[in-house]
Design a binder for this molecule. Structure first.
Ligand SMILES: *[C@@H]1O[C@H](CO)[C@@H](O)[C@H](O)[C@H]1NC(C)=O
Length: 266
């Protein structure tokens, strides 16, 4: 018999991190470097100190960028080679994607992430690699959560509505088509300011900000299909990310230089 000690016994009131983002299950040959750099730099501006990725696999360029963020210290990679042991389903819906375990074991990794950070992080954000939990009335996550938590002192899970910015619709002026990003693989989120409208009687899928000390388990989250075939006129213009333009571009470029995607002089 092997015993594992319970190490979470001492209740703590101070934490190494205030905001940790858990990104479950990076797999396949995902190589979206530009969007990931922009997203990470956006998180930092919003007050995130720690990002955790459960990694099954990714493309070669993204691997290089992950290495950079790991060295920088903000990123923790948890190896998750689930495909070497099981045949994981490649989608979240078990009706359509067969396998030994649902969607690369996403629920296992999300639960693991919550428990791992129970006494390390005041809050844990559960979202995907292509999503940003973005405050609109507040300038950062700390001020958002200060307001939310004082209005709802006993609440441990805050649901954040998910809104899609289709990458098929771009902003016309091209002001953020920057020359230095031309050869960086991936999506430039600053060009995609058109947001799908909310639909009457349809519940938007949600992501979460949780107090990890108040959560026992995450559960399966079934998602409605996305809206297809909307024209630009049917979408809302949402330039929230542009509010961070100056710092964001500067920081993304600095990251691309330090991680070797751009020459230091360019
Ligand atoms: C977390 O927030 C508290 C209160 O605002 C602050 O004093 C502390 O420096 C923050 N910790 C980190 C790691 O940013």
């Amino acid at each position: 018999m092997e015993y594992l000690p319970i190490k979470n016994k001492a209740v703590q009131e101070t934490f190494i991190f205030n905001f940790t983002v858990c990104i479950s299950n990076l797999f396949g040959d995902y190589n979206n470097v530009l969007q990931f750099a922009q997203t990470m730099e956006m998180y930092k501006l919003l007050g995130v100190q720690h990002v955790v990725i459960y990694k099954t696999g990714c493309g070669p360029d993204l691997k290089k960028l992950l290495k950079h963020y790991e060295t920088e210290g903000i990123l923790e990679i948890v190896p998750w080679p689930i495909d070497q042991f099981l045949n994981p389903a490649s989608g979240w819906n078990i009706k359509h994607h067969k396998g030994d375990i649902q969607y690369y074991g996403q629920l296992v990794t999300l639960n693991e992430c919550i428990y791992r950070h129970m006494y390390q992080s005041k809050y844990v954000l559960l979202n995907d690699i292509d999503e940003i939990i973005m405050p609109y009335k507040h300038t950062s996550l700390p001020s958002l959560m200060e307001d939310l938590q004082s209005a709802h002192p006993n609440i441990g899970v805050f649901l954040i509505e998910n809104h899609i910015f289709p990458k098929t619709q771009s902003e016309e002026s091209g002001k953020f088509k920057r020359a230095e990003w031309n050869n960086i693989p991936g999506v430039n989120i600053m060009e995609h300011i058109y947001r799908e409208p909310s639909r009457k009687n349809i519940y938007n899928p949600t992501k979460m900000i949780v107090n990890p000390r108040k959560v026992q388990q995450t559960i399966v989250h079934v998602r409605v299909p996305l809206q297809r075939r909307l024209t630009k006129e049917q979408l809302f213009v949402d330039k929230r990310v542009w509010d961070f333009e100056q710092e964001l571009i500067q920081n993304v470029d600095q990251t691309l230089k330090r991680s070797g995607f751009l020459k230091a002089s360019s």
